[in-house]
Design a protein around this ligand. Structure first.
Ligand code: IPM
Ligand code: MN
Length: 353
């Protein structure tokens, strides 16, 4: 019996989470697993009413769950930073979800903004470090508000933190068993402390994986190659900030935020799965947002729980809906409503073998 904590969150989060839960229910019937879910109301609405983001006792409660399924966090009436650090980053950090796993996969060339790129050219995974780096929040102001003001923001990288991320990436590349190539994406030519540690650690761990080809790319060059030669990549490992940036670009070349999903993974704890686009407030309540990213996140969640067949069938159904039905993956341009897209995935899921 899986216990799924659901955080619908803000904006269009609840609409896409609802479709994800529809697919979860269908998958549980089709693949004979049992689950219970509980909805948590963390988000901007609750913050505006109570001034609360996420408390330590909430974190303790969430530790009793098998996984967390998140819609979106972000509210136009709340100052930027409060909900992001108080909810999303707090969850990632306090549940030690030290990997942010973001697959970049093109399902159909009609969704790709790049010329002449086909599904076989865009199929890679970014392993983003999710607990350190610039996201650690270290730094300070000096002489704040004066002409002599200095603001520092420190990228904090520990050997242990870097190593566990790199190890995860090598293991993942091995299990994925495709090109068997792991690319370290960094900035060794300028950020000479952090990336020296990353590079040394990468080379040391690489010795334990003679079957995995290794490669290095600077982050700026990586963005160029995402556009020019995405077929070069299999798995990419990078730090928190670079991973944040390159996965938005990754989402665009796979067809946009409507399809991009990710997992915040603690391999020995509670992991959290989310569509990587935000709360898209302007589409709230209009039944036009694309729920496929949330449905893919739910699929990743089931895969992580060990329900491999269900996860594969969900992905397969998503591909069928996207390829056979949708005109576009963008909100309002799909040719179907949010609910209809969820229903179509469920329909194909029941038909699958
Ligand atoms: C993401 C988001 C978050 C991040 C924000 C909302 C804090 O952009 O999940 O990529 O920067 O990690
Ligand atoms: Mn981001």
């Amino acid at each position: 019996m899986y216990k799924i904590a659901v955080i619908p969150g803000d904006g269009t989060g609840p609409e896409v989470a609802r479709e994800g839960l529809k697919v979860l229910e269908a998958a549980s019937q089709k693949f004979n697993f049992r689950y219970e879910s509980k909805v948590f109301d963390f988000g901007g609405q609750r913050y505006l009413k109570t001034q609360k983001t996420i408390e330590d006792q909430d974190i303790e409660e969430l530790k009793n769950y098998s996984a967390i399924f998140l819609g979106a966090i972000g509210h136009p009436d709340v100052k930027p930073g409060i909900l992001e650090t108080g909810i999303l980053l707090k969850l990632r950090f306090s549940l030690d979800q030290y990997i942010n796993l973001r697959p970049v996969k093109l399902y159909n060339e009609k969704f790709c903004p790049l010329k002449d790129k086909k599904p076989e050219d865009i199929d890679f995974v970014v392993v983003r470090e999710n607990s350190e780096g610039l996201y650690k929040g270290m730094g300070e102001f000096k002489n704040k508000g004066t002409q002599d003001e200095v603001a520092t923001q420190i990228s904090y990288n520990t050997r242990k933190g870097v190593e566990r991320c790199i190890r995860y990436a090598f293991e993942y590349t091995k299990k994925r068993n495709k090109k068997k190539k792991l690319t370290l994406c960094g900035k060794t030519n300028v950020l000479t402390y952090a990336w020296d540690l990353w590079e040394r650690t990468f080379q040391e761990v690489a010795k334990e994986y003679p079957d995995i080809k290794t490669d290095y790319a600077h982050v700026d060059a990586t963005t160029m190659w995402f556009v020019k030669n995405p077929e070069w990549f299999d798995v990419i490992v990078t730090d928190n900030m670079f991973g944040d940036i390159i996965t938005d670009l990754g989402a665009m070349i796979q067809g946009g935020m409507g399809i991009a999903a990710g997992g915040n993974i603690n391999p020995s704890g509670v992991s959290m799965f989310e569509p990587i686009g935000g709360s898209a407030p302007k589409y709230t309540g209009k039944n036009v947002i694309n729920p496929l990213a949330a449905i893919c996140a739910l699929g990743m969640c089931l895969e992580n729980l060990g329900e491999k067949d269900a996860a594969l069938a969900i992905e397969d159904s998503v591909i069928k809906v996207a390829n056979k039905k949708l005109k576009s993956l963008a909100a309002g341009k799909m040719g179907y409503s949010t609910e209809e897209v969820g229903d179509l995935v469920v329909k194909y899921l029941y038909k699958s073998v």
